[in-house]
Design a protein around this ligand. Structure first.
Ligand code: ADP
Ligand code: MG
Length: 389
């Protein structure tokens, strides 16, 4: 998608040409899953698939917004004078939520806009279309309205939209990965401290292939909350003897020596994933820095195994994609990415093997699951930005 195609779509809806066009990426997480709310490390990157929007400022305090991805919602309207969450406002709540949360810091605007949105992220598939939308709004407010807010602060506002405005118990990874995205760089983020470090995603002859299960997510939120509660309970039991703030504070050995304190099969498994995944993420970062792609791939595989057996968030669709990927020539590693239960997985595949990889994995998937998967080669992209005419 480019300026011209967005401008045309905008014009069809609003009868005039838009002033400006903005883009905000989605994200993949290379490794470090379900560690963000456990105060651990994550290692995501922004991708070139994302959310585009054509924008024009208005003179009054109203908004008219339309998304080509949610045509059923039609043209949605709201005003600066009523930014409270309203289910009837559908996806526009992400835009309202940003304004609502920013207003808490006395960051306000005094005129609305007309907006035409068109994204190319598959919907609700674990590539963070919601954070993409939040950070898109952040960029519009920053570049379009001159709102002065540090990037990391804008990232935190995005998280508040999910946590406080929508009431979802999510961590900060998605907004951070998107808001702070850099072309061809992955971001090692310590979700405890928000310290971060870029690492060139120099994969040489390899690319990241995104594999979409195309499975409708069901019960993801309730299972996500259950995992979160399990990790919190395990932490509480460890804290009886240990002076730790999060599971991410523990090394593998410290965990093994103290796991008896948890004293419950399921809770031990959940906590073990959080602790080991955090350490694996640090090792994966080191491996990438050292250009040891083989080791990086093994850690990626180990992450999936842990998410399957200890954390139990994979499911048949993701397991079929990942386990089939492991058997293909030219594959360094593969794992689910995002919250799991459906959504997407990633594989590190040799460029010259990508076509045969997609057809082989695609065939096994369709034969086993009954509907086709989709594949995209991920380009690692910059964070939200304006698209020039
Ligand atoms: P994920 O973030 O994993 O993609 P979520 O359920 O958190 O899934 O967010 C998906 C929601 O974000 C959609 O239901 C919709 O409300 C909103 N959204 C994302 N992208 C768009 C878009 N291009 N147009 C309108 N709404 C969008
Ligand atoms: Mg989301």
């Amino acid at each position: 998608m480019d300026f011209a195609s967005l401008a045309t779509e905008y014009q069809e809806k609003f009868d005039v040409t838009p002033q400006r066009v903005f883009f905000s990426p989605g994200r993949i997480n290379l490794i470090g899953e379900y560690t963000d709310f456990n105060g651990g490390h994550v290692f995501p990157a922004a991708i070139s698939m994302g959310t585009y929007a054509a924008f024009s400022a208005r003179d009054d305090r109203n908004f008219r917004v339309y998304s080509a991805n949610v045509p059923n919602a039609g043209m949605l309207t709201f005003s600066l004078d009523d930014l409270k969450f309203d289910k009837a406002d559908n996806w526009a709540n992400y835009l309202k939520g940003m304004l609502f949360e920013l207003a808490k810091q006395n960051l306000t605007i005094d005129h609305g806009f007309d907006l035409f949105v068109h994204g190319n992220l598959p919907d609700a598939s674990g590539l963070s279309s919601s954070a993409s939308m939040e950070m898109l709004m952040g960029e519009i407010l920053h570049a379009g309205y001159g709102m002065q807010l540090d990037e990391v602060e804008m990232v935190k506002v995005g998280q508040q939209v999910e946590n406080d405005y929508f009431g979802l118990n999510t961590g900060i990874m998605d907004q951070f990965a998107i808001g702070m995205g850099k072309k061809d760089q992955a971001i090692l983020l310590d979700t405890n401290t928000l310290d971060y470090q870029y690492a060139p995603l120099a994969l040489g002859d390899y690319v990241v292939v995104i594999m979409n299960t195309k499975k409708r997510r069901e019960l993801t939120d309730s299972k996500y909350n259950e995992r979160r509660a399990q990790c919190e309970e395990a932490l509480r039991r460890l804290q009886v003897k240990l002076d730790i703030k999060t599971l991410g504070d523990l090394s593998e050995d410290e965990f093994d020596e103290n796991a008896y304190l948890i004293n419950d099969d399921i809770l031990i498994k959940r906590a073990r994933h959080a602790v080991f995944e955090n350490q694996r993420t640090l090792k994966a970062f080191e491996a990438l820095q050292a250009n040891d792609l083989k080791r990086f791939g093994h850690l990626v595989n180990a992450s999936h195994v842990s998410l399957h057996y200890d954390f139990a968030v994979t499911g048949k669709e993701l397991d079929t994609l990942v386990e089939t990927a492991w058997e293909q020539p030219g594959v360094l590693g593969a794992r689910m990415t995002g919250a799991g239960f459906g959504g997407c997985a990633i594989a590190l595949v040799k460029k010259t093997n990508v076509d045969e990889f997609e057809s082989a994995v695609g065939k096994v998937y369709e034969d086993t699951i009954g509907h086709p998967a989709e594949f995209y080669v991920a380009e690692i992209a910059d964070g939200p930005k304006e698209i020039q005419a």
